[in-house]
Design a protein around this ligand. Structure first.
Ligand code: 13P
Length: 211
């Protein structure tokens, strides 16, 4: 099996896994993974639980379709992540419930949405940036992501959902799952007296385990 065929299978497998565990629903969300000369992407309006490896959109390095079904309307958003982050090997965008709920809260810190609740959130998500609301697929949304992507591997689109980059597809999926879990914890803890990691503990994690 070629490396590209392996990546096609992996994208389909991880999409199904996200769908079957309720992290993706309907046709919401999209996944992409880098190839030596471009990238593979889930087609627009496809269900992440039922992707066909042979019909994935194959794009060139500029994000132009070269083979397969029409790509996600968020292609430019993924392109922004690849363009700004040299180590980016994959991008995952979800509408997972708890992350979307947090994306609708008022008064968030746009450069660091989550309080430092757990070590893994610091290690795998890092400082989560909030990007203002634009309609799905809007070029202005991709531009807003491009502005923060070099400093943040994970961004939260206001009233929409998370976008996470990773060195590989499995790393990006692990990180978006950690993001969803952290959003859930943040909501569970809201209004309770909470003991957070202190700045020294966060700095040590950032030094030893950069996100
Ligand atoms: P696509 O079906 O075009 O990938 O769009 C789904 C989505 O999640 C938009 O934000």
């Amino acid at each position: 099996m070629s490396n590209e065929d392996r990546l096609r299978e992996e994208l389909v497998l991880l999409g199904r896994s996200l769908y079957e565990r309720g992290l993706a629903h309907g046709s919401a969300g999209n996944l992409s993974v880098k190839l030596p000369d471009g990238w593979l992407m889930s087609p627009t309006r496809s269900c992440l639980g039922r992707l066909d490896p042979a019909r994935l959109s194959r794009l060139d390095a500029q994000g132009r379709l070269v083979d397969g079904d029409a790509p996600s309307k968020e292609t430019f958003l993924h392109l922004a992540m690849y363009g700004e982050r040299a180590d980016c090997g994959a991008v995952v965008h979800l509408h997972s419930v708890h992350a979307v709920a947090v994306s609708c809260l008022a008064g968030l810190d746009a450069s660091d949405v989550f309080p430092p609740i757990t070590a893994y959130a610091v290690m795998q998500v890092g400082r989560l940036a909030l990007v203002p609301y634009f309609p799905p697929g809007d070029l202005a949304l991709a531009d807003a992501v491009r502005k923060v992507a070099s400093r943040h591997k994970a961004v939260l689109l206001a009233n929409h959902g998370p976008v996470v980059s990773g060195s590989s597809l499995s790393a990006a999926v692990d990180a978006v799952e950690e993001l969803e879990q952290t959003a859930r914890l943040m909501l569970l803890l809201e209004g309770r007296r909470t003991s957070l990691l202190d700045p020294g503990q966060v700095a040590e994690l950032e030094r030893r385990f950069p996100a």
